[in-house]
Design a protein around this ligand. Sequence first.
Ligand SMILES: Cc1ncc(COP(=O)(O)O)c(C=O)c1O
Length: 388
Amino acid sequence: MTIQTGVTGFKRAGRLDGIELSEIVQISEHAARLRAGGVDVIALSTGEPDFPTPAHVIEAAHQAALAGQTRYPATAGTPALRAAIAAEAGVEPANVIISTGAKQVLAGAFLATLDSGDEVITTAPFWTSYADMVRLAGGVPVVLDCPGEQGFKLTPAQLEAAITPRTRWLLLNTPSNPTGAIYSQAELQALGAVLEGHPHVWVISDEIYQHLAYVPFTPFVQAVPELTDRTLIVNGVSKAYSMTGWRIGWGIGPASLIKAMVAVQGQITSGACSIAQAAALAALTGPQDLLAERRAEMLARRDLVVAGLNAAGLDCELPDGAFYVFPKTPAAMPVDHEFCRYLLDSTGVALVPGRAFGTPGHLRLSFAYARQSLEEGLARIARAVAAL
Ligand SMILES: Cc1ncc(COP(=O)(O)O)c(C=O)c1O
């Protein structure tokens, strides 16, 4: 059987207007095609650690499968994993939902809360999926520009000015993808003070890079406990435990919100993979030394990359967390996607243009790669910049 491509008559839903596969995925796929064609590609474009999933986690998954944990799990998550996350956070299991990655937690929260035209305030640079997820759920992303001069962070005055009667959420990401910015306790408290005056605005704090902080990290509800009853914390095992493919994330928030998100999840995916949940439980309750070891390695890579990029003539700040740097494009080729295309075609190095994060004129480089690849990538970038 042949399925025709490009047939007429297919109509995309209006809610998909302007929504495509994320530019990060498109670049990774393009790099993979070049590699398959024999090009020596160094892709520094993907946000996943190169470390393996810990062996004891894989073993736990194996044992769970052998023990028969192969049936539909409870929609909100397995009781064991929910209880472990709740205990760690000092809340009840009813305050916890387990989903298919942090991504589904975010999507579920928007689907469960946004009516058409409801607004979600977030910052640029932002993680690529935020704005599109809000749009898919019928909401309106209100993106506030937070340039490097303000540390890529939202100021209380910006927040105050952006709140309207339609605002449902403030969406924060600390540590941030793509800038690595981390809000200090005082900065979170200052934002919290603005929200005190607007009880209709809730907060999503995406803390998925929590364990990759190179300066002190303060969780949102620790800084602003008085907003706990209108805050959703988003986290997961993907980045901390090198478990991107296992697809387990969670949300912690008021029981009424969690219940609504469980209703959404129940109609879309049901509970997250039972075996992956057993693996996540092993990651969270097993030895934790690997977190510090991996953070130390990432820190060394960060310093290597920031020094290399600045030496190559790109203006690059030192990020406080996560595993990304977000330098400016070179003055000789300031348009970010043009520079990324030039770099990929002339040297085989794949980076992501800042426009994918709402901030053109920048580049995102992930340093979650072996040092050898980073060194080779930096040498090629330096040659490409020098040749402009
Ligand atoms: C800021 C941020 N939030 C959420 C996610 C999604 O994580 P998960 O793999 O758990 O879906 C990512 C992944 O890149 C991310 O960078």
